[in-house]
Design a binder for this molecule. Structure first.
Ligand code: SF4
Length: 166
């Protein structure tokens, strides 16, 4: 329930979701076309702070919450054990919770093993939004996306193979 700024971003389809800030800003933050997090220095919030926020949300919203979106950009970059703690706490605090979603950076996704991604899915990570932008290496380089088309494709495949909605 605590946010670093009033300017928060989420995918349009997440309008009903409780927004839980796990990272501040974007781990890449270099894309030429994107100004979302240009004013923010990227950092991962301490997990204890995130767990406290979940307690605050439980007090504020009650137990009926059904959707949660993990902000800001690239929450999947968190250590897998920490992300699992967040997921467990969310499902424990909100018994009717159906979906937990996040923005996934392609490099952070590839840094996780297929087993880690499957464990996250089993713990309730339902969907990842991956900003593919282009299948052209030339374009991806020009916009400073930080990965090649093949790496982007592999990141998407890993998420899908883990059973995460992409
Ligand atoms: S990775 Fe996404 S959020 Fe980060 S700068 Fe690029 S488009 Fe923006």
């Amino acid at each position: 329930m605590r946010y670093d700024s009033d300017l928060l971003y989420r995918p349009p389809g997440e309008w009903k979701s409780y927004l839980l800030q796990c990272t501040i800003g974007c781990s890449n933050n270099k894309c030429t076309f994107c100004g979302m997090y240009k004013d923010k220095k990227f950092r991962i919030r301490p997990v204890e702070e995130i767990l406290e926020d979940i307690d605050m949300a439980r007090d504020y919203y009650g137990p009926g919450l059904q959707r949660v979106f993990l902000m800001d950009g690239d929450a999947i970059i968190m250590k897998t054990d920490d992300l699992l703690r967040v997921l467990h706490k969310l499902y424990q605090s909100f018994p009717r919770l159906e979906k937990v979603t996040l923005y996934a950076g392609p490099r952070s996704t590839l840094a996780k093993s297929p087993e880690e991604l499957r464990t996250l899915r089993e713990a309730g990570l339902s969907r990842a939004y991956l900003g593919v932008e282009s299948g052209s290496d030339t374009v991806l380089k020009f916009i400073r996306k930080g990965v090649t088309a093949d790496e982007m494709l592999l990141a998407g495949r890993r998420l899908v193979e883990a059973g995460i909605d992409l």
